[in-house]
Design a protein around this ligand. Structure first.
Ligand code: ZN
Length: 109
């Protein structure tokens, strides 16, 4: 992932120029991740919903919706989302109409 970058609209526009799916991490410190997420269509716009909530972000474009979903799941588990260590209230969801499984747990089995 690229980052950390300051999470403000100007920096997002400078760094995330493609209208594309992708995943991201956000935090108020450069060393501890507090939120993970993804966009299935426009990572730039999704990141902007977190302005004023977090100070830094990291991002990575995805080559497909499935790749974005699986990457978000992996980030969620890697950073302790299942143990309540993230601000994410819920496990990452699947895009509507798809039935992929999480590569790290059995919640969609
Ligand atoms: Zn999972």
């Amino acid at each position: 992932m690229r980052g950390p970058f300051l999470l403000n609209s100007r920096t997002i526009d400078l760094r995330v120029k493609r209208t594309a799916p992708g995943t991201y991490k956000a935090s108020n410190s450069k060393t501890a991740v507090k939120y993970v997420g993804r966009s299935d269509s426009n990572l730039n716009a999704e990141l902007k919903t977190h302005v004023n909530r977090y100070k830094y972000f990291w991002y990575e474009y995805a080559t497909s919706l499935k790749a974005a979903f699986e990457k978000e799941c992996s980030l969620y588990h890697y950073h302790g989302g299942a143990q309540g260590k993230l601000d994410n209230k819920n496990h990452p969801g699947r895009p509507a109409g798809y039935h992929w499984k999480c590569p790290r747990c059995s919640m969609f089995d």
